[in-house]
Ligand binder design. Structure first.
Ligand SMILES: Nc1ncnc2c1ncn2[C@@H]1O[C@H](COP(=O)(O)OP(=O)(O)O)[C@@H](O)[C@H]1O
Ligand SMILES: [Mg+2]
Length: 229
C-alpha cells in the first residue's frame, strides 16, 4: 500500500514530527507501518512510549541493508507505510526514495531550509532517472507561525511555485502540542488541553494534513492509471 517517505538533507527539519503526526492521523482509521531508518531512532522512541495507537506497527532500526525489504514487507501488511529518515543523503535515503509513492520534503521558513529542500528534490529526481519512473514529491512547510506569514516565507513559497515545485496547502504550524507528544508519547488527541495550549488547533491542523496527503495519493494513483491507459 502507499509508501510515504519523509526526506530532507538536514537534521531538525521536522521529518520525525510530521511522520508521527501523519501516522497518528492515518491510524485513526486504518493500519500504518512506521519505519524508522534514522540511526537516532527518534520516531521509534515515540512509538515505543505508552499511548502509541495499536494499529501503528513500528519497524525500528531499519538500515541501508534492510530498508527495501522492510518497505516491501510492510506494503503487503498495512494500508500505509511511512518512512522516517536521517537528515543526510545516504544509501538508505536513496533506497527509501526509490520505493516511495510520495516523498514529503520539509521546509521551515528560512532560505537555508529552502536550499536543503531543493537538494532533496534533486536527489528524488536523480533516483527517478535511475529507476526510469516518476517519483512524486511535495514540500511540506513546517513550524509555520499561525498568526503571520513573514516576507521570507512568502518569498520562499513563491520561488518554489515558480520553479514548478508543489507545496502542500496545509503547513504544519509550530505548536506546543506537536512537541508535547514527543515527550509524553501518544497522539495529539490524547493531550490534556488544560495543560497543553492549542490542542484543538493542532488536531485540526493534523487532520487537514492527512486529508490533503490522502487526496494527493489518490491523484497520483489516478494519473498513473491514465498514463497506463
Ligand atoms: N510543527 C512543529 N511544532 C512545534 N515543534 C516542532 C514542529 N516540527 C518540529 N518541531 C520541533 O523541531 C525539532 C526538530 O524536529 P524533528 O521533527 O525532530 O526534525 P527531524 O526529524 O527532521 O530531525 C524538534 O524539537 C521538534 O519538537
Ligand atoms: Mg528525525
Amino acid at each position: 500500500m502507499p509508501t510515504i517517505v519523509f526526506a530532507s538533507s538536514k537534521g531538525g527539519a521536522g521529518k520525525t514530527t510530521a511522520a508521527i503526526v501523519l501516522a497518528s492521523e492515518l491510524a485513526q482509521g486504518t493500519s500504518v507501518t512506521l519505519i524508522d531508518a534514522d540511526p537516532n531512532q527518534h520516531s521509534a522512541k515515540w512509538a515505543q512510549k505508552e499511548g502509541c495507537p495499536s494499529n501503528i506497527i513500528l519497524i525500528e532500526k531499519s538500515t541501508e541493508e534492510t530498508i527495501i525489504e522492510d518497505i516491501d514487507v510492510a506494503q503487503e501488511k498495512t494500508a500505509f507505510v511511512l518512512v522516517d529518515l536521517e537528515g543526510t543523503a545516504s544509501m538508505a535515503v536513496a533506497s527509501a526514495i526509490s520505493r516511495a509513492d510520495l516523498v514529503i520534503t520539509l521546509c521551515q521558513g528560512s532560505q537555508d531550509d529552502a536550499d536543503e529542500a531543493v537538494k532533496t528534490i534533486k536527489l528524488v529526481n536523480r533516483q527517478a532517472k535511475v529507476l526510469n519512473r516518476g517519483i512524486p514529491y511535495v514540500v511540506l512547510m513546517t513550524r509555520t507561525n499561525p498568526a503571520i506569514t513573514p516576507r521570507t516565507l512568502k518569498h520562499i513559497i513563491n520561488e518554489f511555485r515558480s520553479a514548478g515545485v508543489e507545496i502542500l496547502e496545509t503547513s504544519l504550524i509550530d505548536r506546543e502540542a506537536f512537541r508535547a507528544i514527543r515527550s509524553f508519547g501518544g497522539t495529539i488527541h490524547d493531550l490534556d488541553s488544560s495543560q497543553v495550549s492549542g490542542v484543538e488547533k493542532a488536531v485540526a491542523n493534523a487532520h487537514a494534513l492527512a486529508v490533503e496527503v490522502i487526496q494527493k495519493l489518490k491523484n497520483i494513483k489516478n494519473e498513473k492509471e491514465l498514463n497506463y491507459a
